[in-house]
Design a protein around this ligand. Structure first.
Ligand code: NAP
Length: 324
């Protein structure tokens, strides 16, 4: 069984240094872990190397000598390629090592990966997160974990460096099912907030005052608070990209189909996010759902929306985008 990870002694490999992964890797360094980092593009690797991490040219090189490998990648095929592909994690990780996949991916792919690793004597946790870039920077993510409970306990010190609300959900894939549930609630609430604020505006009522009033009652939520404010400002810099939430709702719909649960509202928002992506807005923040609705409502274009920033240029001015 894996010995408990120790911030003073354990070596962690971190692969995928994007909006979420880069600040998470920084928090592992701050906690004292020895860190090896890899990313497809190089800039973020060099940034982390300047802070004391060891740069690696491939997932295999990152995993060599590591006790645990954390992946924070966009989608299921990315994780499959990084773990099992040529030069992948399994070629470098020692038997007894553990993969902690914190990306949001399919529960089915997760279970298959866990089986592949188990055949090689390696363990795997699925540990997707909620809390957005802000939670990643502040180390306050909510983490939903699937896998062997003993492996979860051994990895707790690592997870504690990244998040606050760390919940063991169940066996392999259960963490990803929990994350799909999270994404349903976030997506449907985003659409509800878009509709409420657009209705106010098109009725000649100040949407900022409506948001303020709603925050004091049953309609209150973090989405109304943070994303509602972004919608009022028409600030659609990511944050959480439209294309990633579209991907997540695809995962949720597949899980719904497998479980025989019709996810009616999820399907609607999935289509709307797809429409945004088809318009070339896949890299905008998912609160751009409000921009689409305004257009459908025949609203004038309004002040220019902020274009998304390339990932390399870091968080937008004014601080990180809101948590989700
Ligand atoms: P992101 O900014 O697009 O970052 C993804 C990173 O993975 C990029 O740095 C990318 O490198 C790297 N990458 C992609 N393929 C790779 C490969 N084959 N080998 C090595 N590195 C590779 O995405 P993110 O927002 O951080 O999200 C990451 C995951 O967390 C996703 O599953 C997302 O659904 C989930 N999530 C995101 C948020 C959020 O608010 N953003 C919140 C919770 C969960 P390049 O620099 O070359 O593109």
């Amino acid at each position: 069984m894996l010995a408990a990870l120790d911030p003073q002694r354990s070596v962690i490999a971190f692969i995928g240094l994007g909006i979420m992964g880069k600040p998470m890797a920084r928090n592992l360094l701050k906690a004292g872990f020895r860190l090896r980092v890899h990313n497809r593009s190089r800039a973020a690797v060099e940034e982390l190397a300047a802070l004391g991490a060891q740069a690696a040219d491939s997932p295999r090189e990152a995993a060599q000598g590591a006790d645990a490998v954390v992946t924070m990648l966009p989608d299921s095929p990315d994780v499959e390629q990084v773990v099992l592909g040529p030069g992948g994690v399994v070629e470098g990780l020692r038997p007894g090592g553990v993969l902690v996949d914190m990306s949001t991916i399919s529960p089915t792919v997760t279970r298959r990966l866990a089986q592949e690793l188990a055949r090689r004597g390696m363990a795997m946790l699925d540990a997707p997160v909620s809390g957005g870039e802000k939670g990643a920077i502040e180390g306050t993510l909510s983490i939903m974990v699937g896998g062997d409970p003993a492996v979860f306990e051994a990895c707790r010190p690592l997870l504690q460096a990244l998040g606050k609300n760390i919940v063991y959900i169940g066996p392999s894939g259960a963490g990803q099912v929990a994350k799909a549930c999270n994404q349903i609630v976030v997506a449907v609430t985003l659409q509800a907030v878009s509709e409420a604020l657009t209705l106010a505006e098109r009725s000649g009522v100040d949407p900022a005052r409506v948001r303020h009033a709603l925050l004091g009652g049953f309609a209150s939520s973090r989405i109304l608070e943070l994303h509602g404010q972004r919608m009022l400002e028409r600030n659609f810099r990511p944050g959480f990209k439209v294309r990633l939430h579209h991907k997540d709702l695809g995962i949720a719909l597949a899980a719904g189909k497998a479980a025989g649960v019709p996810l009616l509202a999820t399907a609607l928002v999935h289509e709307l996010l797809g429409a945004l992506e088809a318009r070339g807005m896949g890299d905008w923040d998912h609160s751009a759902l409000a921009a689409l609705l305004q257009e459908l409502a025949g609203a004038p274009a309004g002040p220019p929306t902020a274009p998304p920033q390339p990932a390399e240029s870091g968080p937008p001015p004014g601080g990180p985008a809101p948590a989700r």
